[in-house]
Design a protein around this ligand. Structure first.
Ligand code: DGJ
Length: 745
């Protein structure tokens, strides 16, 4: 019998096998805890049935020279600061004695079989009541391991943590070179894929110190070996300051660490108290970046849907029979929304919003959202934040009549908040100037004319909870767009000096706590996470939010680049994509193209509907109708990129139904885009993926108009994958695009 998937302990108790469908991760313990292997799944039957020999050697423990101590390059699962270790460390602690080094030794393990969960306990050699727990949980289906670390301080005095990473991963040495994929950006230009050659001697550190994951660098890395497709990939499940380091020494030893950034960080752990890091999710595939795209977003989606089911189950008891049935049958896909921010900015009022709601419904919109500008004094970004009461000039009777109207039309109602912020020009700030992060002897830096509320302060959190829930209850809000439009500065939160630097972490915990409390009070409320676009589109926030706004840039050409990057992490359902008119005056793009780009995730419309002609409205309604038909695949399927070449202006995606045989049929959607065609070259045929060679598929395409489908001749999976489809036919000119639906015949 082979070692099964999940967690297996060697009969001697000194090796641990974390086995997924396609990967094996082996940890060996002596005094030290070392990674012995991470890669393709190994047949390990001899471990359980034979002589216990798994064929994996314990690393040679000799350093190259006295200047290259072995411990520095040892594949320690959790290298601490201490002794002859000069590589990236995971944990640095100041002990009660003043000693700033740790000396950990392995003590014990525990396994929770059903949960695929392993905990290794290490203790300090001199102070054994300081315990470090390394926690692993295995997502068997998606080949992902989630790791984090808990410190327990069993001594009689406080200890201080100056560095507390979530995990260290070690990649096997290879003869060739690997590529490192990462996501860099800026506001309006988020998550653009960058590629670096991982040369020996590379030490690359990515981080955010802004209090949010940030648009500038996204907490993601993938390391690809092009010779065999072996790819390691991962992200941090955290919505605040973070750092990730990739270090390759001259011999090719490769260590990848990550966690909360140690920039301005310190945590004091009191006696008999514990502290835990966020999770670091990492996986392995032999299928290159495409395999990584399959796994991480699917892990995120599966986890989100499980949490959602759990929340529904928790409130079952409180529900009437009717509501229980509704909750159970509630579709897992998200509604098509309308939001007038792009079209109207702050210039909103009740009549205009009623009018837009009518028009949105005519398009088939299911969720009507009022963005910024609805609350007291909010005519520009200079005033109002913090005063979460409706503006009586713009909405004399409040927002409930609009919400009721949206509902009477069959739509849900959503509202924008920026809970963590306050303008100086607000009643809240006038009443509580001390509620923002500040130092008494420093000026308060404003960005977008706003300051950040101190979410460590319970009064602040209680005020926000009261204001948000009062609005949710009185207006009837189904969805909140939770924005955050500036980084944190002057992070003085009034904490005692020994805890002061923990403010960055506590802010994020404060956001999670508030979102959690609000969700508990209104379990069916949806949240969209936004931070000036995609500044907070991380996996951590998705434990509370259903979806993320990934960029304020909704130009379709920009969106292709941004969606190409962020879809390495976010499942399509969590990636909100709007059709708007952005960039139209400078570069007119057909409505069909703009809709097809937005088909890639959860569809939204942000266009100025008042400026749309009857023909445009008809066309847009047709695209919304088509999207809804294809939505189960587009939102819940695997999104792969068949090709992306920005310079050539070409992009092709293929989203594949996860339940390969849903209703006995497979369903996949290909989206194709050509934004330039300077030479009128004929395109090579587009070869599809993930089909069955022997199966025949029906093909229907839409190009410039939603009600003019083009039926193609049925074709076998083999023909579609090896010979390909004639993409040129659908992409004859600049800004042409298509949607191709593929179903089992
Ligand atoms: C930034 C967001 O990214 C936008 O979508 C919009 O909600 C504005 N804030 C509103 O101020």
């Amino acid at each position: 019998m082979d070692v099964p998937v999940g967690i297996t302990v060697h009969p001697l108790g000194n090796r641990f096998y974390l086995v997924t469908e396609n990967s094996t991760y082996i940890i060996g313990v002596s005094d030290l805890v070392l990674n012995l292997y991470w890669g393709p799944r190994l047949p390990l039957d001899r471990v359980l049935n034979g002589n216990g020999d798994d064929g994996i050697a314990w690393p040679d423990m000799h350093g190259r020279s006295s200047q290259d101590p072995w411990l520095t390059s040892a594949p320690e699962e959790y290298p601490v600061f201490g002794g002859l270790r000069y590589g990236d460390a995971c944990l640095k602690m100041i002990l009660p004695s003043g000693t700033r080094e740790l000396d950990l030794q392995y003590k014990s393990y525990s396994v929770k079989k059903k949960a695929n969960n392993l905990t290794l306990t290490l203790v300090d050699r001199t102070y054994p009541s300081i315990e470090v727990h390394l926690v692993y949980s295995v997502d068997v289906v998606n080949d992902i391991i989630a790791r984090n670390m808990h410190v327990f301080n069993g001594t009689a005095s406080a200890v201080q943590i100056e560095l507390g990473m979530s995990a260290a991963w070690h990649l096997p040495m290879v003869l060739g070179k690997r590529r490192l994929i990462r996501l860099a950006g800026a506001w309006g230009a988020e998550s653009q894929i960058q590629t670096d050659a991982l040369q020996p001697g590379t030490h690359l550190v990515l981080s955010s110190t802004r209090g949010i994951p940030s648009a500038q660098t996204y907490p993601y890395m993938a390391i690809v070996d092009d010779e065999n497709g072996h790819t390691y990939f991962g992200t941090l499940k955290w919505s605040g300051n973070w750092s990730m380091a990739m270090a390759v020494d001259i011999q090719g030893n490769t260590r990848w660490t990550g966690g909360i950034s140690s920039h301005d960080f310190m945590v004091t752990v009191e006696p008999n108290a514990a502290w835990a890091t966020p999770k670091f999710l990492a996986g392995f595939t032999t299928k290159g970046l495409s395999g990584a795209r399959h796994r991480l977003p699917n892990h995120v989606l599966t986890h989100q849907l499980a949490l959602r089911a759990c929340r529904h189950a928790t409130r079952q008891a409180q529900l009437s029979q009717l509501h229980r049935e509704m909750a159970e049958s509630a579709p897992k896909h998200l509604p098509v929304l309308y939001n007038s921010w792009e079209a109207a900015g702050f210039d909103i009022n009740v009549d205009q919003q009623f009018d837009l709601a009518t028009k949105a419904r005519a398009l088939g919109v299911e969720l009507f959202v009022v963005d910024d500008g609805w609350f007291r004094g909010r005519n520009s970004d200079r005033a109002g934040l913090g005063d979460w009461f409706h503006d009586t000039t713009k909405f004399p009777d409040g927002l409930a009549p609009l919400a009721n109207y949206a509902r009477s039309l069959g739509m849900c109602f959503g509202l924008w908040f920026e809970p963590e912020m306050v303008n100086k020009d607000s009643d809240l700030y006038r009443a509580h100037p001390d509620w923002v992060y500040h130092y008494d002897d420093r000026r308060r830096s404003e960005a977008r004319h706003q300051l950040v509320l101190n979410l460590v302060n319970k009064d602040v959190k209680d005020y926000l909870f009261e204001r948000l829930t009062a609005n949710i209850a009185s207006i009837g809000i189904d969805y909140i767009k939770w924005d955050m439009n500036r980084p944190i500065s002057e992070a003085g939160a009034g904490l005692a000096p020994e805890n002061a630097k923990q403010v960055w972490e506590l802010h994020v915990q404060g956001v999670y706590e508030l979102m959690g409390r609000i969700k508990d009070a209104f379990p069916s409320l949806s949240i969209e996470s936004c931070s000036s676009g995609g500044g907070r589109a991380d996996v951590g926030i998705l434990d509370f939010a259903d979806q993320c706004w990934v960029s304020d840039n909704t130009r379709p050409d920009a969106r292709l680049a941004i969606q190409h990057g962020i879809s390495l992490v976010l499942p399509p359902r969590a990636m909100v994509c709007w059709v708007t008119d952005m960039g139209q005056s400078d570069n007119p793009v057909p409505l069909a193209f703009r809709c097809h780009v937005a088909f890639m995730g959860t569809l939204g419309i942000g266009s100025n509907l008042n400026a749309y002609t009857a023909d445009q409205m008809k066309e847009l309604a047709g695209w919304v109708r088509l999207y809804k038909k294809l939505r189960p695949v587009l939102q819940l399927g695997f999104l792969d990129w068949l090709h992306y070449d920005d310079r050539a202006g070409l992009a092709f995606t293929m989203t594949t139904d996860k339940n390969d045989q849903q209703n006995g049929k497979k369903h996949a959607i290909v989206l194709g885009f050509r934004s330039k065609n300077p030479f009128s070259f004929v395109l090579p045929r587009l070869r599809l993926k993930q089909l069955e060679e022997q199966v025949t598929y029906n093909l229907v395409a839409w190009t410039t108009y939603p009600t003019s489908p083009i039926s193609l001749n049925p074709a076998s999976g083999a023909v579609l994958m090896h010979y390909g489809i004639d993409a040129s036919r659908f992409l004859p000119c600049s800004w042409s695009s298509f949607v191709l639906s593929i179903t089992t015949a």
